[in-house]
Design a protein around this ligand. Sequence first.
Ligand code: F6R
Length: 227
Amino acid sequence: MKVIVCENYDEMSAKAFEVMKELLDAKKDAVLGLATGSSPVGLYKEMIQYHKDGYSYKDIKSYNLDEYVGIDRKDPQSYYTFMYENLFKDIDIDLNNTHVPYGSTEADCKAYEDALSEVSIDLQVLGIGQNGHIGFNEPGTPFETLTHIVDLTENTREANARFFDNDINKVPTQAISMGIGTIMKSKKVLLVANGENKADAVKAEDRKSTRLNSSHLYISYAVFCLK
Ligand code: F6R
């Protein structure tokens, strides 16, 4: 795993975009794995600027990591809405080529995994939680886990209450998430982590990547900013 340490959020976003741009330029029909959260928003702004500068995303496909269970796609707090507002609406990607998992059953998980098995993600963007969670996979989730329904921990629900009027009771209790096994099928993984409080989580991923790299590709680049 190549760790690129940056001074600030903008530099982190620009460095992350360098990795993304290399792929976009090389492959006009690239398949992207995308994440929500505050970390990749600056990267998405750079991607929007690239479109304003003339790049077309019309043949690009995207697959998101996760979504809450029990929240309508159109709900302002859904991860679909997040992606639409922070990226899709400002680029020319065909919305039919964008995929965000949805549902609450085994069959919904299998359908997403089946859809993913028809493509190969060229670059998966990840954020990371302070405790090391990736997607909605809490630390300790087995590596081979595929798309699954997660019971959200009290801790995660508390952390996300800020998006639900600071009311933990409004935070969904479950989510649908790619598993680490799903993520590890990607050709490359780009971890974007902002804030000093993520340092331990990034270090732990670095150790894991070194251990895993002999047999699997896990995280290829981590762009980490201290502030
Ligand atoms: C996003 C996701 C989460 C976030 C993580 C970090 O789809 O599943 O794992 O990546 O919670 O969030 P931020 O970037 O807001 O610190």
